[in-house]
Design a protein around this ligand. Sequence first.
Ligand code: TTP
Ligand code: MG
Length: 356
Amino acid sequence: MKKIIHVDMDCFYAAVEMREHPEWRGVPMAVGGKPEHRGVLSTCNYEARRFGLHSAMSSAKALRLCPDLVLVPGNRELYKEESEKIFRIFQDYTLQIEPISLDEAYLDVTGVTLCKGSATWMAKEIRERIFKERHLTASAGIAENKFLAKIASDWNKPNGQFTIPPERSATFAASLDIGKLPGVGKVSEKKLQEHGIFKCSDVLRFSLWELVKICGSFGVQLFQFAKGVDNRPVVAERVRKSFSMEDTFDKDLKSEEECVQKLKEVFERFYKSVITIKEDISKNGMYKSFVKIKYSDFSVTTIERSFSELKFENFLILFRERFSMREEKVRLLGLGIRLPEKEENPQLSLDFNVPF
Ligand code: TTP
Ligand code: MG
């Protein structure tokens, strides 16, 4: 049984702009191209949505529907940076993160012991942290698979979350309109409706064979979704070769003790989140541990070595070796592991029971 969280930021680009320009809060505003250049809206805030505005609507039409609309050009670089900071919060919970867009991701938190192992509480904490640290709101859906988690994140949007406990997956799915299913666009929706299929519960009156006849190979997927089943895994960034975590400090660190303390904190977060990939790691055997140090002059150094155990002491050895070589304040500390190419020492495996 998996535990999946789908996080989706609320009116993301617009929310970032409103944070930067508080005068745009509470009034209809949108991010988009100019009407005279045949621009379209990237997104708009919820005040603008009350006028019927939405993503991909032409800016000209948006201004016709809502003449007082504040239309701003947007800054993708800023949204990208913001996205990275939000994803860094996700990484405190799991490294099994499948990014869908700048503002949306699936998190597989199966086996994560934070928040007493409750995905619902993790989602709540993640949303609270996004609000506290980034001054933005997010919505989340929690379920046993991606399909249900995604639908759930829309349920209490904006700034809300919804959990579908596994025992309710099937009944929840059965009540859904067919158009809500991933892969069912306007055309397939119409085709299914012609066969009397409006809700997922209607799908279940058909045999798999009949569904395949109606909509080809997608029929198999449709049959699964209608039952609330979705076996698609959360695919973390394409075949990752390394996993790491780092922290930039508000104030540069001076002493070795301060650094060791911070490095330990980073390790503790890393260790907790890496639990979701421990099988991948132990299958790979030998791997490299590395420590990264960024100094106050922004120069960066990393040091790495192969170890067969994931424990703090190894990172400490690396850190001390490198730290002793310079007298410069430390701005950032990071640590992580690099997985080897397949052939390398496959006989060694990780001991995950070593406490730090
Ligand atoms: P979405 O998550 O689809 O929309 P949203 O975050 O603006 O609003 P919601 O509260 O409904 O989630 O998309 C995320 C961002 O991607 C959005 O802020 C702007 C950008 N985007 C486009 O540039 N063009 C588009 O057509 C869509 C749908 C989104
Ligand atoms: Mg969004």
